[in-house]
Design a protein around this ligand. Structure first.
Ligand SMILES: [Zn+2]
Ligand SMILES: [Zn+2]
Length: 142
């Protein structure tokens, strides 16, 4: 049976709603400094098919913060939920959403950790997933 990858998601207060199709069921854990400052811990993000992301935000609560030269992050300005990370532009190649916001999560699984060399000492994950350093992660794109 083909998995249904269509999902709905909402921020904590419910002002920002979104529907999308996931690319797969793989949750990526990022331990970089930017993710940890923005999320308050490592990011647990899942990739959306960019063209399927449909945001319903009648009050304009969703705000975007450009966190690097190539990426921006979307959050609800009412409740503060960290929602999206994506490459800049209207047709981004990468569009990620925080897995915690999805209405259905029980078929998701952790697939890899990135920026593992930036992980602080005070937490660990007990899994056998692939763990990439910053250099190993960035080498995939060069
Ligand atoms: Zn909200
Ligand atoms: Zn990160």
């Amino acid at each position: 049976m083909r998995e249904n990858l269509n999902r709905n998601a909402a921020c904590l207060c419910g002002k920002v709603n979104v529907s999308m199709r996931l690319l797969n069921q793989e949750v990526h854990v990022c331990h970089c400094n930017i993710c940890r400052k923005w999320h308050g811990g490592p990011s647990l993000t899942i990739s959306c098919a960019p063209k399927t992301v449909a945001i319903n935000d009648p009050e304009g609560a969703l705000k975007w913060y450009q966190s690097s030269e190539w990426a921006e992050r979307g959050f609800c300005s009412h409740c503060g939920a960290s929602m999206f990370s994506k490459l800049l532009g209207d047709a981004p190649l990468y569009y990620g959403i925080s897995a915690a916001l999805l209405d259905k999560q029980d078929d998701l699984f952790t697939s890899e950790h990135i920026f593992i060399d930036k992980k602080p000492c005070y937490y660990q994950f007990d899994d056998e997933c692939k763990k990439l350093t910053e250099a190993e992660f960035l080498a995939q794109f060069s």
